[in-house]
Design a binder for this molecule. Structure first.
Ligand SMILES: Cc1cc2nc3c(=O)[nH]c(=O)nc-3n(C[C@H](O)[C@H](O)[C@H](O)COP(=O)(O)OP(=O)(O)OC[C@H]3O[C@@H](n4cnc5c(N)ncnc54)[C@H](O)[C@@H]3O)c2cc1C
Length: 304
């Protein structure tokens, strides 16, 4: 089965974009290939790509960096690299927890954070944590380099702002967690499930200087719409509230009453998902409060 005619491994982002331009829509970016090649094989290989442009040899896309208060992760960084990063575990724990449950080890070893976002499924596990981290994407879009808020990268299910026959996702950037800030991610998945979760939830919280009150929060729950969403009403309601079990319980109920998941014939009914919203908000918020109060951060549920 022939899946491509030409395969390129450019050494820079500019070279990758100019290769895409030379093929004028007949070439596509490939990273780990865990989405792209699966889709291509499902088509039966009758229509091979004229060319694939492999971005995993571009140093700028393959590094994790700390720059002052910010962390930058190249789009070609694999889920396994993220799971193994002590820096990300400490300052963006939810991302380690979400990348650590993607597929199995084979998928995590080659699948990238950039591929997870560029594939544009709202329930992508890496995506859910990037939304809670309020990340920005550094992209080359229509020949221009720009920064885009992570949620603006999504136009609909499987529809990215970027055209991967023309554009390049270079990296993600977000502020690292400071003192009294912490994150957590949990998901609900079918035991035999190999792709997307029934529901995932990532939270970021900031407590006040006494550690007793919420100062700010971001709560990403997916899928609850065609693009990645946040529980805005819960986030607003949390501000100034005591960081207690009672508040967490009220917020879980508020999330259930204000979010409207839909039924998916492959994964779960809307009613089941609504129940699980409560469960996930309870679990992730409780864990994030504990981490913010104690500084005791050990990522949970991460695969080998
Ligand atoms: C068995 C199995 C289990 C899986 N389980 C999960 C799971 O539990 N959770 C989950 O979220 N996902 C899961 N996935 C989906 C997939 O592994 C992830 O989404 C992965 O992160 C995709 O990354 P990739 O590097 O393989 O992307 P690729 O397949 O290489 O690319 C995917 C798409 O993104 C585009 N693209 C990739 N990189 C760039 C870039 N830098 N710039 C522009 N466009 C780009 C490609 O052109 C393509 O359209 C699973 C897949 C498999 C096969």
């Amino acid at each position: 089965m022939k899946l491509w005619n030409h395969y390129h491994t450019p050494a820079t982002a500019d070279e990758a974009v100019s290769l895409l331009a030379q093929y004028a829509g007949q070439a596509q970016v490939i990273a780990g290939g865990t989405d792209l090649l699966v889709d291509k094989r499902a088509e039966g290989g009758y229509n091979p790509h004229e060319a694939l442009v492999d971005i995993t040899h571009i140093p700028e896309l393959c590094k994790i960096e700390e720059d002052g208060d910010f962390i930058t992760i190249g789009a070609g960084v694999t889920h396994t690299q993220i799971v193994k990063s002590a820096l990300i575990a400490h300052y963006a724990t939810c991302l380690v927890e979400s990348c650590g449950v993607v597929g199995g080890p084979q998928v995590r070893n080659v699948g990238t954070l950039g591929g997870n976002v560029a594939h544009a499924l709202p329930a992508g596990d890496g995506t859910t944590s990037l939304v809670a981290l309020d990340a920005e994407a550094d992209v080359i879009y229509m020949g221009e380099r720009k920064r885009v808020p992570i949620r603006d990268m999504y136009l609909g299910p499987g529809k990215s702002l970027l055209d991967s026959h023309r554009d390049l996702l270079v990296s993600f950037r977000f502020r690292r967690a400071a003192d009294r800030e912490a994150t957590a991610f949990k998901r609900i998945m079918r035991p035999q499930g190999v792709a997307l979760p029934i529901l995932g939830c990532a939270v970021w919280v900031r407590l006040d200087e006494t550690g007793a009150l919420f100062e700010a929060a971001r709560i990403a729950i997916a899928p609850i719409g065609p693009t990645p969403g946040r529980a805005d009403e819960v986030e607003h309601a949390l501000i100034g509230q005591p960081a207690t079990i009672e508040t967490v319980e009220r917020m879980a109920e508020l999330a259930q009453s204000t979010l409207h998941p839909r039924t998916s014939k492959y994964r779960a009914t809307a009613d089941y998902r609504r129940e699980m919203i409560g469960v996930l908000v309870r679990r992730t918020l409780t864990l994030a409060i504990y981490r913010a109060q104690t500084g005791d951060i050990v990522p949970e549920g991460v695969g080998a």
